[in-house]
Ligand binder design. Structure first.
Ligand code: GLA
Length: 384
């Protein structure tokens, strides 16, 4: 079975857009191995839009790789990626054209699935541009889902309809393994913050077999590339972004140029504690204890998330989205732990590995500089 845990990998779109090539994919694959990203769990290398010729083959109607970008074809790349112990992903679209106006799969689903299977792909991202007006999302995603099954190859199906038509309510029924729930991310603080806030009340639909995908990571882009914006984000902000994606249980698809990562980016993307929270066996969505939007105690500038982990562990993520230092206070009573329980939380700061001296049984109060976060692993312990 696929997607028992949120898939992890790399996707070409955020940095490279239409500037993709065989050399880029091979160099990226090598960099994933050498940097340790593969061994940390990032297993898929996904080529997004703009890989094909602008027209299908006039005789067979098959999609064909652009020979300038991919001179040895896609199967060659699949073989290379597989030889490095990684998996290979590609892209198509439920409409007549992809979002960048290359051929889409509408009415060619079963043929295209066969073509993709002949390339030995392991993952298909399936977009939603240029769909015929009368064709609805469930029908279109079912078509490709069944076509992939019929192809005989096990292929992770990544639906990408940007959260339209209340996708979370029906997408699991289509056999898709992950589903994009928002519009496209940009390399900016507001972009990842707004995306995260928009999904706070929709994470209950996400779980093993079909995860809410809040888009590819922008960590390490620093404003460069296809979805770059001015200077991008600070390292603290990229840590907030990665911590949110990990706590939400979103797929972790790296979007930066992994051939040229700086040390801060490498350290963040390889953070074992955050990755373990993302890949936790129980895959439970977090709850917003305080802050955020549409919560019991809303505040657009703060957020405290609480999440159950396997083995009787928990974690807290505290985020300061405001533009000044503030102390964020979460009431443990409100989240179900009265002082009279005789228990409190023992916290470990996952960044420093330090156990905090205090046992928390009333409030968790965390002072945070602007645009920073803290993530703690927690255990319930008797207070006396
Ligand atoms: C849409 C998707 C993006 C990317 C582009 C490619 O906008 O949401 O993630 O795949 O199409 O054109």
């Amino acid at each position: 079975m696929l997607a028992m845990k949120p898939p992890m990998g790399w996707n070409s779109w955020n940095t490279f857009g239409r500037n993709i090539s065989e050399d880029l994919i091979i160099e990226t694959c090598d960099a994933m191995v050498e940097s340790g990203l593969r061994d940390a769990g990032y297993e898929y290398i996904v080529i997004d839009d703009c890989w094909s010729k602008l027209e299908r083959n006039p005789v067979t109607h098959e999609m064909e790789a652009d020979p300038e970008k991919f001179p040895h074809g896609m199967k060659y790349l699949a073989d290379y990626i597989h030889s490095k112990g990684m998996k290979f992903g590609m892209y198509s679209c439920a409409g007549t054209k992809t979002c960048a106006y290359y051929p889409g799969s509408f009415d060619h689903e079963f043929l295209d699935a066969k073509t993709f299977a002949s390339f030995d792909i392991d993952y298909l991202k399936y977009d939603f541009c240029y769909k015929p007006r009368l064709a609805n999302g469930p029908m279109l995603y079912n078509r490709m889902s069944m076509a992939l099954k019929a192809s005989g190859r096990e292929i992770l199906f990544s639906a990408c309809n940007w959260g339209s038509d209340e996708v979370e309510k029906w997408i699991r029924s289509t056999g898709a393994h992950i589903y994009r729930s928002t519009g496209d991310i940009h390399d900016s603080y507001d972009s990842f913050k707004d995306i995260a806030m928009s999904q706070l009340n929709l994470l209950g639909y996400s779980g093993p077999g079909c995860y809410n995908d809040i888009d590819m990571l922008i960590c390490g882009m620093y404003g460069k590339g296809n979805v770059g914006r001015s200077t991008g984000c600070t390292d603290d902000e990229y840590r907030m972004h990665f911590a949110l994606w990990c706590m939400f249980g979103s797929p972790l698809m790296i979007g930066c140029d992994v051939r040229n990562m700086n040390e801060a980016t490498k350290k963040l993307l390889l953070d074992k504690e955050l990755i373990a929270i993302n890949q936790d066996e129980e895959a439970r969505p977090p709850m917003a204890v305080t802050g955020g939007v549409n919560t019991a105690n809303p505040n657009p500038n703060t957020l405290c998330l609480f999440k159950y982990l396997a083995n009787n562990e928990y974690c807290f993520g505290v985020f300061n989205f405001g533009d000044r230092e503030r102390t964020i206070v979460a009431s443990l009573y409100d989240m179900g732990l009265p002082v009279t329980s005789g228990y409190g939380f023992e916290l470990v700061d996952i960044e420093t590995g330090e156990t905090l001296p205090q046992i928390y049984n009333e409030n968790l109060a965390v002072k945070l500089a602007t645009h920073t976060c803290k993530v703690y692993k927690a255990k319930l312990v008797p207070t006396k």
